[in-house]
Design a binder for this molecule. Structure first.
Ligand code: ADP
Length: 259
């Protein structure tokens, strides 16, 4: 029996998964703070407790994500692109396109039989990433987890025309000042973020099945806006935010076997 851990040390959250023999997920744990904080150690301890295992029982730990090279407890590191492709393929064996929207970047990965064949990434600008939603939620005085519920109540979409997060922030403030409803503004925000992502996806080429990964996949309003604009069905899983960590755990299993 082999137990392996994948830990995804992101910019805004740390996610960890423990796998038994690369086919059973025996624990998951996430902490809503990222690299440079106590998040990685808390995620490591938290997932051990969730799986009722001790550190000594883990055969291999593989780290991925923005902060992967600063986590001393990992046996190896691997890029998020490979890990997201691997994790998405485990959950959806017929996946061809992965759209990962995380806290500070967005990646579109084209997959063929589980292997990455092409990708595009935006890590230069907050627009099109979770950061955009975090900033907008802050102005609207709501939690990011409330955005989908608000958008579901919307009866019209307020267009957010600025592509820059800072200018879009001013636009949202003026919309609030003119009395527009929060739900309609949120609806517009969802379409603004996905418009950026669709541009990136078109450069890679969109093939079914399209799977969305990363923390933002928990926002059904963004998933719906993405579907509308991509004109493809977009699949998510309750494990969407863990896909990178899951892929890391699967690679850890291959490494443990070779060890
Ligand atoms: P990273 O790997 O860069 O840390 P994640 O893939 O973990 O990023 O995604 C973090 C983003 O997910 C946050 O910026 C936030 O916008 C979004 N998010 C986190 N939790 C939720 C939630 N419960 N509902 C909707 N969005 C969420």
């Amino acid at each position: 029996m082999t137990y392996t851990m994948g830990i995804d040390i992101g910019s805004s959250a740390c996610k960890a998964v423990i796998l038994k023999d690369a086919d059973e997920i025996v624990g998951t744990f996430k902490v809503a703070v990222g690299t440079g904080t106590s998040g990685p150690d808390r995620a490591f301890q938290g997932v051990l407790e969730a799986a009722h295992l001790s550190e000594e029982q883990i055969d291999y730990v593989l780290a991925t994500g923005y902060g992967r090279n600063t986590f001393a407890r990992a046996d190896a590191q691997m890029s998020e692109l490979s890990c997201h492709a691997k994790g998405a393929y485990f959950l959806f064996p017929d996946v061809r396109t992965v759209i990962d929207i995380g806290g500070q970047d967005v990646k579109v990965i084209q997959i063929d039989h589980g292997a990455m064949v092409n990708f595009q990434m935006n890590d230069k600008c907050a627009a099109g990433t979770g950061r955009f939603l975090d900033v907008m939620a802050g102005i609207l005085e709501v939690d990011v987890s409330d955005l989908a519920g608000l958008a579901a109540k919307s009866t019209k979409r307020i267009a957010i025309s600025s592509t820059c997060t800072v200018f879009a922030e001013s636009e949202v403030i003026s919309q609030l000042a003119t009395g527009e409803k929060k739900e309609d503004i949120v609806n517009g925000i969802h379409y603004a973020i996905t418009a950026r992502v669709v541009g990136l996806a078109r450069r890679v080429g969109i093939r079914d099945r399209v799977v969305m990964t990363g923390g933002v996949a928990q926002n059904e309003g963004v998933v719906k806006a993405l579907q509308d604009q991509l004109e493809h069905e977009v699949f998510t899983s309750p494990l969407s935010q863990y896909v990178g960590a899951l892929g890391a755990g699967l690679y850890a299993h291959s490494k443990a076997k070779r060890k």
